[in-house]
Design a protein around this ligand. Structure first.
Ligand SMILES: *Cc1c(COP(=O)(O)O)cnc(C)c1O
Length: 210
């Protein structure tokens, strides 16, 4: 077995059964993504619409059961391309983007679910809706016709993520949403302990990005 296959198999055995593993394949070439698929990996995350558009149409044609999530910031002018390419948009963070995505789904006839990205550390440089505005954004997104499945966050760098993970989990429960996407290679165990329903792993599965 190749290294990617072994690593994926090991993670699948190690993670709790009710936690979804999203394999983050940004900067990973199609050959190695195909190895991950061969190891049974179904869900993948990509950060950039353009990069995903170069790799995924061919992978999807060969492996139509795979699920592709957009986990990077989405600009409104790429909403239609994103709706055509991805199975879920995990980074809805404004009313404008929610409305633009809803319109793109109407236009294309392709209706995909979304997550709301929460700026859990209230960092000025980060995207995401502020925690206190998440409930209002949820209402707007639903009113526009979007199916909101849950929340996602990236806690501040270099801090203990635990309080942030706990806060996102609490918000997910308060809003009665099923999906709580949190935890990356460095902190996924803590995220799972705090109640993550999905973790997003890149480096741990594919090695350091160059
Ligand atoms: C890159 C990225 C990940 C994966 O990060 P690793 O540390 O490589 O596991 C997860 N989530 C988001 C939003 C990312 O941009």
């Amino acid at each position: 077995m190749s290294e990617v296959r072994e690593t994926i198999a090991a993670f699948k055995a190690r993670l709790p059964k009710d936690v979804t593993l999203v394999a983050v394949s940004k900067k990973v070439d199609a050959l190695r993504i195909a190895e991950a698929i061969a190891a049974g990996q179904v869900c993948f995350g990509e950060n950039y619409v353009q990069e995903a558009a170069t790799k995924w149409p061919a992978l999807k044609a060969q492996h139509p059961h795979t699920k592709l999530h957009l986990i990077g910031h989405l600009q409104s002018n790429k909403a239609e391309a994103a709706v055509k390419l991805f199975n879920r948009i995990d980074t809805v963070d404004s009313e404008k983007l929610a409305r633009t995505l809803a319109a793109a789904m109407q236009k294309t006839g392709r209706h995909i679910p979304v997550l709301l990205e929460v700026n859990i550390g209230r960092e000025v440089q980060k995207s995401g809706v502020l925690p206190e505005h998440a409930s209002a954004l949820l209402q707007t997104a639903r009113a526009a016709g979007l199916e909101v499945q849950g929340l996602m966050c990236i806690p501040p760098d270099g801090e203990n993520p635990e309080p942030y993970f706990k806060e996102l989990k609490q918000m997910t429960q308060d809003l009665k949403l099923p999906v709580c996407s949190m935890g990356m290679s460095a902190d996924f165990e803590m995220a799972i302990a705090c109640g993550a329903s999905e973790v997003r792993l890149g480096t741990a599965l594919f090695g350091r990005r160059v």
